[in-house]
Write a protein that binds this ligand. Structure first.
Ligand SMILES: Nc1c(N[C@@H]2O[C@H](COP(=O)(O)O)[C@@H](O)[C@H]2O)[nH]c(=O)[nH]c1=O
Length: 199
């Protein structure tokens, strides 16, 4: 029951003053919890500042990692040389971003990708299909980043495991998105994985 967990995870927030995209802590049903950026569960958000090193590169957040994949990897990357396309940041800059700034960098990149007509991102020189319903390369890469974030940040691991058997829900309206977007579901899978390893 929810009584086994900190009561403030369901703390009522005034909806009048909350942004339109937000799902509030009190919106969870029995057995559920919102991964709200208003309390410590927000560390599980992709936006959170949780440094991790993945395959030799430092990222300041999963969002920085996620959005950096959309940026040119080098000067001769077709995304860098494409006529009329400009990039407000370098990929290295995006890697070090967190939160809404990283999301904004991703927003510019989305517009560029639409303009160029490309539906892929890259990691270490390899093209990866983006926005796909299959739990393919992109999904596995994001899941691996979340796993790495937990392993390298003891606080993340502690908070994830402290959610016990609660169903984790995003704190923003998601609509229809591919599996890689559902960080709450990925966390539930990783929670199980980490618990099994601890036995
Ligand atoms: N809008 C939002 C989040 N959206 C995040 O944006 C990323 C996907 O961006 P895109 O590639 O442009 O679809 C992904 O990391 C997803 O979790 N996250 C949050 O914590 N809070 C929010 O309010």
């Amino acid at each position: 029951a929810n009584a086994d967990y900190p009561a403030h995870w369901w703390q009522e927030v005034d909806r009048q003053t909350a942004p339109g995209w937000e799902v509030l802590p009190q919106d969870a049903k029995e057995g559920e919890v919102i991964l709200s950026k208003r309390n410590e569960l927000g560390i599980l958000s992709n936006f959170a500042a949780t440094d991790f090193v993945y395959k030799g590169t430092l990222y300041k957040s999963v969002e920085g990692f996620w959005q950096s994949l959309k940026y040119p990897e080098s000067q001769d990357d077709m995304r860098a040389t494409f006529e009329g396309i400009e990039w407000p940041y370098s990929r290295a800059e995006v890697e070090l971003m967190t939160g809404f700034l990283a999301k904004k960098a991703g927003g510019y990149a989305n517009a560029n990708m639409r303009e160029m007509g490309i539906d892929w991102v890259t990691f270490q020189g390899k093209k990866i299909k983006f926005w796909t319903v299959s739990k393919g390369v992109h999904y596995r890469l994001i899941k691996d980043a979340l796993r790495t974030k937990a392993i390298q940040n003891p606080k993340v691991m502690e908070i994830l495991l402290s959610t016990g058997d609660l169903k984790l829900l995003p704190d923003h309206i998601m609509g229809d998105a591919p599996p890689a977007w559902f960080y709450n579901k990925i966390w539930m899978e990783l929670r199980k994985e980490f618990r099994e390893q601890a036995q």
